[in-house]
Design a protein around this ligand. Structure first.
Ligand SMILES: Cc1cc2nc3c(=O)[nH]c(=O)nc-3n(C[C@H](O)[C@H](O)[C@H](O)COP(=O)(O)OP(=O)(O)OC[C@H]3O[C@@H](n4cnc5c(N)ncnc54)[C@H](O)[C@@H]3O)c2cc1C
Length: 382
């Protein structure tokens, strides 16, 4: 173990015993802390984050406020029972409302341009499968949101939006988009306003039960005690709790420089959700392609690969921005927390030790709702 150079004052002020320690400062960790503190004001709650900023999916994502494209939902209906799919959609829709209520649309940079799913001529069968569930999905969404006819076909817009090699388009009127940076900054600000400590550069390397509490080893040098611990490290969960079935999925993204006369606004899905793009002002943020190199992308490594970035660039040239000149401004990746199914894990692993992890590709949608659920689970034990 390294020598810890924390002074008595530092130890006493920031690293003394906690009522609840939350590990990981993503959407789930910060939302859990805020909801818990609002319910039980007297608790001493600290969020520990290994990065110098939140360093998981929450600061790297594409900012789609969405609840599933039709082809994805069709896939889910073939693999899960109907009730489970209905609950998945409801969890995403309500999770987004929870996030919007918590931070407010202005602080989220929320915009409601709607969403679209694109189908190429090769995907005629996928399009027909998607069409076959429009009525069912519209009636479910009406029951969940009160909004009628959320999904409609809109092939007539293909030309106007400037796409090439696209034969069908399905519009989703209830989809929105957020500014991911604003969301995370607002969550951190809110947590601090609520008198929650959010400490960066604090990596927890182990959790050990000690009597009625837990001892956390920090940065291999300092130990702190906490009566309760919530692990909200998503993709990295199995590093602290090896029995959890969570594995990493690297998701790569690029963003272009500003494009004069960009023809579209909104969120767009391609190939059963494996590719996704949106406008960010007059730029295009484009991500996906994990399906073409799944083995290599099952990794905790950061960075991008030539293979996937080339596939993104090709689709930009041929389908999304044909006849338009564009340049890449930045490329990055983030890590998804995946499992054998799309269900997140929200549970009390043993008395006082909780986990809220495995958000898949939908953590913006469900993260705050999962935080609320986890906070209720923890508060019920006080
Ligand atoms: C490129 C990309 C695009 C995405 N697009 C969308 C989208 O458009 N819409 C959508 O709904 N979802 C999207 N997602 C998914 C979404 O971002 C995630 O599901 C969500 O952010 C997960 O939130 P979280 O709080 O569970 O985990 P994270 O945000 O991953 O937070 C976990 C935190 O734990 C920290 N940590 C890990 N180990 C330790 C440790 N030992 N000690 C201390 N701290 C630790 C990490 O540094 C990290 O900050 C996308 C994800 C990526 C990567």
């Amino acid at each position: 173990m390294k020598f810890s150079n924390l002074s008595y004052w530092e130890k006493q002020t920031w690293f003394s015993d906690n009522d609840v320690t939350i590990i990981g400062s993503g959407i789930v960790g910060l939302s859990t802390a805020i909801f818990l503190k609002r319910k039980l004001k007297h608790l001493k709650i600290t969020v520990l984050e290994k990065g110098n900023l939140p360093d998981g999916g929450s600061t790297k994502n594409a900012g789609f406020a969405c609840f599933g494209s039709l082809s994805e939902l069709h896939y889910d209906l073939n693999n899960l029972d109907e009730t489970a799919v209905f609950e998945l959609i409801q969890k995403r829709y309500k999770g987004l409302l929870t996030l919007r209520e918590l931070l407010g649309d202005k602080n989220l940079g929320y915009e409601s341009f709607g969403g679209y799913e694109l189908f190429t001529p090769k995907q005629e069968q996928l399009f027909n499968h998607s069409l076959s569930i429009v009525d069912k999905m519209n009636s479910w969404l009406e029951a969940i949101s009160g909004e009628k006819n959320v999904y409609t076909t809109c092939d007539r817009k293909i030309r106007e939006l400037g796409f090439s090699g696209v034969s069908h388009l399905i519009y989703n009127s209830a989809e929105g988009q957020i500014n991911t940076g604003k969301m995370m900054q607002s969550l951190i600000d809110l947590a601090r306003q609520e008198k929650i400590e959010v400490l960066f550069n604090c990596e927890v390397s182990s959790i050990q039960e000690k009597g009625n509490a837990f001892e956390l080893l920090l940065n291999n040098s300092e130990r702190i005690n906490s009566k309760n611990v919530a692990v909200t490290t998503n993709a990295f969960a199995s590093q602290l709790l090896p029995n959890l079935q969570v594995f990493p999925g690297r998701a790569q993204v690029l963003i272009t420089k500003e494009i004069a006369d960009l023809k579209f606004r909104g969120c767009f899905h391609l190939e059963e959700g494996y590719y996704y793009f949106r406008n960010v002002g007059n730029r295009v943020l484009f991500g996906g392609g994990r399906n073409i190199d799944k083995e290599a992308e099952t990794t905790f490594d950061k960075g991008v690969s030539t293979k996937i970035q080339a596939s993104l660039e090709e689709l930009l040239n041929t389908v999304i921005l044909p006849n338009t000149s564009w340049e890449v401004d930045r490329r990055w990746s983030g890590t998804l927390g995946l499992g054998p199914n799309r269900e997140p894990i929200v549970s009390e692993i043993q008395p006082g030790l909780y986990a809220g992890v495995r958000m898949g590709g939908m953590g913006v949608a469900i993260g705050s709702g999962i935080g609320l659920q986890l906070s209720e689970m923890i508060s019920s034990n006080f």
